[in-house]
Write a protein that binds this ligand. Structure first.
Ligand SMILES: [Zn+2]
Length: 243
């Protein structure tokens, strides 16, 4: 049978209260709605950055298409001018040659019309790609600003909670000096094995560690024990304290 100074034995409940508060703070930090909101915005931001890169590539590709289309149109236009000048110069008198040249001019005109239509459609595609990129950038600017605000809010919330944690942690350190080392070690071990509960009151009739209801015989045994006598839950081994 192990017995401690009764006053010191009671202090283990204070340590348990500090540790429970610290666990709750850790849980709160992990599940802060501000952090969840910031993470949501960060995911949106990453996705928009990715879409911006794709949008920039799309615009660059369409610009290449436009330059290619312009150069195709220019080439046909130049050939058409050359052939038209030749046709109108009167320097060709052979009628077969003239007919052939006229055919080529006609065919070049058709080709020019076709290429110019294509150029218009490609210019439209470039305009669409640019519009798409612009709208991505507007959205990106909005999300960037929101994310910055959200991160600032998280920093403030975390700092507040951290200072609360530090206050409790230092109170716990001060309080633990009143608890016999042997008892503290036992408490730490049980707490680690027992999802955060190392000590429990038995006066509530239930073990806070494993939620078992104590029998009347057990309760009587605990009540009749000497003050400061080490009592344990048979089920989860939590240290039991009368208070
Ligand atoms: Zn128990």
């Amino acid at each position: 049978m192990t017995t401690f100074d009764p006053w010191a034995y009671l202090r283990i409940l204070d340590i348990q209260a500090f540790d429970t508060a610290l666990d709750q703070i850790a849980h709160k930090l992990k599940n802060l709605p501000e952090i969840i909101e910031a993470e949501k915005l960060r995911a949106q931001f990453e996705q928009l950055k990715y879409r911006e890169v794709a949008g920039i590539t799309e615009v660059a590709d369409r610009e290449l298409d436009v330059r290619k289309a312009e150069s195709d149109v220019d080439q046909v236009r130049m050939r058409l001018e050359k052939d038209s000048q030749l046709l109108n110069s009167g320097s060709i008198s052979d009628s077969k040659q003239l007919t052939e040249l006229q055919h080529e001019v006609d065919s070049l005109k058709r080709r020019q019309n076709l290429l110019e239509d294509e150029e218009i459609s490609i210019l439209q595609q470039l305009e669409d790609a640019q519009k798409n990129l612009d709208s991505i950038r507007v959205e990106l600017a909005r999300v960037t600003q929101e994310l910055q605000k959200a991160d600032e809010l998280v920093t403030i919330r975390v700092a507040n909670i951290e200072s609360e944690r530090e206050k409790i942690a230092s109170e716990r350190i001060a309080e633990s000096k009143s608890v016999p080392e042997e008892l503290l070690k036992l408490y730490e071990k049980v707490r680690t094995d027992n999802r955060g509960i190392g000590a429990s009151r038995f006066s509530t009739g239930q073990c806070e560690g494993c939620r078992i209801q104590f029998s009347n015989a057990d309760l009587n045994k605990f009540k009749n024990a000497a003050d400061g006598e080490l009592l344990r839950c048979e089920e989860c081994r939590a240290i039991l304290v009368k208070s």
